[in-house]
Write a protein that binds this ligand. Structure first.
Ligand code: ARG
Length: 272
């Protein structure tokens, strides 16, 4: 009997001790859920870094959406080509990166309603002798032997973007073939390669192109006849509830003028 009492006391002692030393826990019941957004923040004015903070159209629209959803926005700056895969597997809740809706991407993720548009343009050195993309491209093919002619014509792109897809396409589709394309991790790196003559041109979305041309002396934009692309938010195919909430938030933010205000802040009307 004494033994049992001793055992009971010992247990009571251990438990009371455990209770005392337990970390004080803060109730998580009221903490906001996180909305994890994957982006690639070298794509001004849609997303870029200023010191440690993220800036840009996508960042502000995502913040407005998170607020409507009662969630806290968490931004992950990753390689562009890993965004779709990460959204698909649930590593990220959303992908928002000036991301064009394409049929290939739609196989892996769902897209929200589009919130902006873009076109692909070609950045070249100011002294580039070709007036248009068509002229530039036709020189490439002038001897009917593209690989030969192309030796001096390398095109820089950001890997896995629509610019990469167009540039790497076959000649029949107005591309330059993959052999003549150099892929960089960011658009900014592709532009640096142009500045240092490692490539002759960079194919990229028009708004980042304007930002890069503004920030680097001696560059200009050549219009190209690419079709308009729509930018939307990628969400996992499994998370249809989140997709619906995002679409509703986008509708409301469009109706009350918030989205227009954000876009106008980064892309002044006279530059559109
Ligand atoms: N619109 C292009 C695409 O979807 C380029 C996007 C690149 N975005 C970025 N944040 N780096 O392929």
């Amino acid at each position: 009997m004494k033994k049992i009492l001793a055992l009971v006391l010992a247990f009571a002692f251990i438990f009371s001790f455990a209770a005392c030393t337990k970390e004080p826990t803060v109730s998580n019941a009221h903490a906001k859920k996180e909305l994890v957004m994957a982006t690639n923040a070298a794509f001004p004015p849609y997303e870029y870094k200023e010191g440690d903070s993220f800036k840009g159209i996508d960042i502000e629209i995502a913040e407005a959406i998170a607020e409507k959803l009662g969630m806290t926005l968490v931004i992950k700056d990753v390689e562009f080509g890993t965004i779709i895969g990460g959204v698909k597997t649930g590593k990220f809740d959303i992908g928002m990166a000036g991301m064009t809706v394409t049929e290939d991407r739609k196989v892996n993720v769902n897209f929200s309603k589009p919130y902006a548009t873009g076109i692909q343009v070609v950045i070249v050195k100011e002294d580039c002798k070709y007036k248009s993309y068509e002229e530039f491209w036709s020189k490439f093919d002038e001897k009917g032997n593209p690989a030969e002619v192309a030796k001096g014509i390398k095109i820089g792109v950001q890997q896995d973007t629509t610019g990469d897809i167009y540039a790497s396409d076959t000649l029949d589709n107005w591309g330059f073939t993959a052999d003549n394309v150099i892929c960089y991790k960011t658009g900014a790196e592709a532009v640096q390669a142009l500045m240092t003559n490692k490539v002759m041109a960079v194919i990229i979305d028009n708004e980042p192109a304007k930002s890069f041309v503004k920030a680097n002396k001696g560059l200009k934009i050549m219009d190209a006849a690419y079709t308009e692309e729509e930018y939307a938010i990628a969400v996992s195919k499994e998370n249809t509830e989140l997709l619906e909430k995002i679409n509703k938030a986008l509708d409301e933010l469009t109706a009350d003028g918030t989205i227009k205000k954000i876009i106008d802040k980064y892309i002044p009307a006279e530059e559109k």
